[in-house]
Design a protein around this ligand. Structure first.
Ligand code: N01
Length: 480
């Protein structure tokens, strides 16, 4: 067996997943290049009050490292971060991470990838896998005067824990999944909370019960029960896929449920302000145990007038200044910056910037024509809408592992998807997209620069089937 040299860029959830699978398969020459000083990616960056995962914890975990000890149906962020750290430690991945190392360039030498990091060091690898995450680059709003604000102001993914909010007037901009979780945690715990909403989002209010000690003991005692619970939670989430993919009774049912839940808002004027004019799930459906209660808390005020500008002391809408002491920007992420800002240069000098001039595209979510032995986790059109990203990462990581195993056996030296196969795949994607709920007319981070949803237009199960094994007929393969 040949011993491949593999660089994984990023030690977040998906990088840890691939690292663990490679090490478990006995592949030792693996390094994870992580620009931060800690593991966990999004679960490291996001530590705002109220952070949790809105996918059930029984499903939001790796099948090879089930955790019987989840505390809640939707466990808090710190617990999830600790879970990924534990997986990294237990599998040996943690020992393979080079922290504080930013990849600036990955260049094909003719026989391997030369990866250059910001410390000026270059090293060669047979495979490079980008695991740089999808919701990684904070998006700061382009609002006049933002920099002039005199008090603390920070993005939700850069929470300043040194600021005591308890006696403050907090201005919160953004009502996506993050804004909703922050509002739910802060309502009643700060002096005043002004929520600036540009567009109302649909919210599904679901309870978040704590698992009792006996439940945890049973999961610990009976691994088969733990596995059963994983698949039961998976099946439950997958049963909702039809609502996303096609018009029909599941979509009608969820629409009815979301509308019905809005009736929890007592004041008709507030209810009207919170009622979206798009279809539920067109933007990512927000799951929250307590948003509709929190927003009716007397300390909360919803402001729906357009933000004109920000002054040193507050936020101005329609000529009225709303004084605030602290500004929180829950304004989302640039979800289309896959791989970048790292420079990727393939054979013949082809850059990723050039290959993606019309927007990011990937063969079956994982590879790009023109870039041999290069793979992505959570790449363009991955099934990221209200599904467990852990499961997607595992599918993609297993696919990468298949290629690596074949390389070890000497079956090839380089492999890259053909442009024809990628074009064919995108014709199928484009034909399927119009039926999806994401194409029913709303703006969100799901949409790419061409206005089309950058999502997987089939059931997540289909993604697994699609990546079950490499298809040689869709690759340029140079024999080993
Ligand atoms: O970001 P978003 P997010 N002026 O892009 C508003 C995942 N996630 O961080 O709706 C005023 O959804 C913007 O307004 P509008 C999940 O996948 C998961 O909340 O565009 N407002 C919107 O309200 C999620 O989808 C969990 O009109 C401005 C908000 O900011 C993804 O992260 C938890 C503005 C941005 O919403 C992103 O969620 C949290 C401006 N100039 C997040 N610019 C889990 O539990 C932007 N906005 C797994």
């Amino acid at each position: 067996m040949r011993e491949p040299r593999i660089a994984i860029i990023g030690a977040g959830m998906s990088g840890i997943c691939l690292g663990a699978l490679l090490l478990r398969a006995g592949i030792r020459d693996v390094v994870l290049l992580e620009k931060n000083q800690d593991l966990g990616g999004t679960w490291r960056d996001n530590s705002y009050p109220g952070i949790a995962c809105d996918v059930p914890s029984r499903f939001y975990q790796f099948t090879f490292a089930l955790n019987p000890d989840w505390t809640h149906r939707y466990s808090p962020g710190a617990e999830i971060h600790a879970y990924f750290e534990k997986v990294a430690r237990d599998t040996g991945v943690a020992d393979r991470v080079r922290f504080g190392t930013t990849v600036v360039e990955t260049r094909w030498t003719g026989a391997a990838w030369s990866v250059t990091t910001d410390d000026g060091v270059s090293a060669e690898y047979d495979f490079v896998v980008s695991a740089t995450g999808i919701l990684h680059h904070p998006r700061y709003p382009n609002i006049e005067g933002l920099d002039s604000f005199a008090g603390p102001a920070f993005h939700s993914a850069r929470w300043d824990h040194s600021v005591d909010l308890s006696d403050k007037r907090v201005g919160l901009i953004g009502t996506g999944s993050t804004g909703v979780q922050i509002l739910s945690a802060l309502a009643g715990n700060v002096d005043r909370l002004l929520l600036f909403q540009r567009t109302p989002h649909w919210v599904m209010q679901l309870a978040n019960p704590e698992f009792r000690p006996i439940t945890r003991r049973l999961h610990r005692r009976f691994p088969a029960y733990d596995r059963f619970s994983y698949h039961a939670a998976r099946k439950q989430i997958e049963s909702l896929s039809p609502a996303l993919l096609h018009p029909g009774k599941t979509r009608r049912f969820l629409t009815w449920l979301c509308r019905r839940q809005l009736n929890k808002i007592v004041d008709p004027e507030l209810r009207a302000k919170l009622t979206p004019d798009s279809q539920p799930m067109c933007r990512r459906l927000i799951i929250s145990p307590g948003y509709y209660d929190a927003i009716q808390d007397p300390t909360v005020e919803l402001v729906t007038d357009r933000i004109e500008r920000i002054t040193p002391t507050g936020v101005v809408t329609d000529g009225v200044e709303h004084p605030v002491d602290v500004l929180v920007l829950a304004t989302g992420f640039d979800a289309h910056a896959y791989v970048r800002p790292m420079r990727l240069v393939g054979p013949g000098g082809l850059t990723l910037e050039h290959a993606w001039a019309d927007g990011p595209r990937a063969y079956r979510t994982v590879a790009v024509p023109g870039f041999p032995n290069f793979f992505m986790l959570m790449g363009p059109n991955s099934p990221v809408g209200n599904y467990a990203l852990t499961a997607i990462a595992e599918t993609q990581a297993n696919y990468v592992l298949d290629w690596v195993q074949r390389w070890r056996r000497g079956e090839f030296t380089t492999a890259e998807p053909t442009a024809e196969a990628t074009d064919r795949y995108y014709r199928e994607v484009d034909a399927a997209l119009p039926d999806t709920v994401w194409a029913t007319g709303c703006d969100s981070w799901y949409l790419g620069q061409n206005g089309k949803p950058e999502l997987f237009p089939w059931a997540p199960e289909q993604h697994k089937v699609m990546l079950a094994q490499p298809r040689d007929d869709e690759f340029h393969i140079v024999a080993g």
